[in-house]
Design a protein around this ligand. Structure first.
Ligand code: PBG
Length: 330
């Protein structure tokens, strides 16, 4: 055979030991960058168990405050709240009433764990009887009427203690309207995180079970983005930033890493990624069957989302990740 060529460059040198790998790791993440979503129910006739999201439960207001304390003790810094009202109607009253379930949860959490950053989803789908994200007029979601109610919702959440309001209805002009309404009500310091590039994704399925928010007719493709569009995602993000968003988001995460990367390259604003309910359910289901190593897969996905360019990650795994890290350092 003769002498075979030997490599002049040996990339394996830097991978030889764990210490070397630690030094040359390009992407890191910290539990401080994770946001834990919580579902809060207005009364205990609403079932706690969520079949399609093992490990997640619908919490009462008191349970949410207790959970917030546990999360803070695990070193997490932020939660995002989703509400399950006891009544739904055409105008989504539960979204913006003074004693709404998210408003009550905000007050309870802020009373107990004031340093925890409270984020809220600003949308109407959990509160409308038809399950659409806005006001339906002649069979379609009316943009501008919806924006008025979203602004009202954001102000009521800020008043109840939200540090960050996150409009997710994908209505045009929602960020500008919310920013103006917050400023007029004296909430100049309330942060707006735009769900700027939110795609019409089948990965939201388990969430719609959890929040009982599936549309009763039609679908959300008339307002959420086509999963095929990445350039349009950048236009959505640019608009949210022009309208005053402090943070912008790409959603879902894993199937949209290219969009996260493109957004990171184009914009300097803080970028969030939402690892959604379907992403969580896939991992949980395979892990329950023993087909994958849950912790390794979760950490690898978080690394991938960070590597693509996200600064913070909204993920249902946040508490598990924080718990694993706590045990490592115990
Ligand atoms: C509200 C909202 C949804 C999600 C976040 N905010 C559902 C939807 O748009 O249908 C999905 C989150 C997830 O799947 O984890 N509109």
């Amino acid at each position: 055979m003769g002498e075979l060529p030997r490599p002049a460059r040996r990339l394996r040198r830097l991978r030889r030991t764990a210490a070397l790998r630690d030094i040359f790791r390009e992407t890191r993440w910290d539990v401080a960058q994770l946001v834990q979503p919580l579902f809060v129910r207005e009364d205990d006739r609403i079932e706690a168990e969520i079949a399609s999201m093992p490990g997640m439960r619908r919490l009462t207001v008191d349970e949410a405050a207790a959970e917030a304390r546990v999360l803070r003790e695990l070193n997490l810094r932020a939660v995002i709240l989703f509400g399950l009202p006891s009544r739904k109607d055409e105008e989504a009253t539960g979204a913006y009433e003074e004693r709404g379930v998210v408003q009550e949860a905000l007050r309870a959490i802020k009373a107990d764990v004031p340093e925890l950053v409270t984020m809220t989803d600003v949308c109407l789908c959990e509160y409308t009887d038809h399950g659409h994200c806005g006001v339906v007029v002649d069979g379609d979601v009316d943009n501008d009427a919806t924006v008025d109610l979203l602004a009202r919702t954001a102000v009521s959440q800020a008043r109840a203690g939200a540090d960050v309001v996150a409009p997710s209805a994908m209505m045009d002009g929602q960020v500008a309207a919310i920013r103006t309404a917050l400023d007029r009500a004296g909430f100049q310091d309330t942060i707006v995180m735009g769900y700027a590039a939110k795609h019409a994704s089948a990965f939201y399925g388990p969430f719609r079970d959890a929040a009982d928010s599936a549309p009763r007719f039609g679908n959300r493709r008339g307002y959420q983005m086509d999963p095929a569009n990445a350039r349009e995602a950048l236009r959505e993000i640019a608009l949210d930033l022009e309208e005053g968003a402090d943070i912008v988001m790409v959603k879902p995460a894993l199937a949209y890493l290219d969009v996260i990367r493109a957004a990171r390259e184009r914009f300097d604003a803080p970028l969030a990624a939402y690892a959604v309910s379907g992403e969580y359910a896939l991992i949980k289901a395979a892990a329950e069957r023993g087909w994958i190593d849950e912790r390794a897969v979760v950490e690898e996905t978080l690394t991938a989302i960070r590597r693509a360019g996200a600064d913070l990650v909204l993920t249902y795994h946040a508490k598990d990740v924080a718990t694993w890290q706590r045990k490592d350092h115990a």
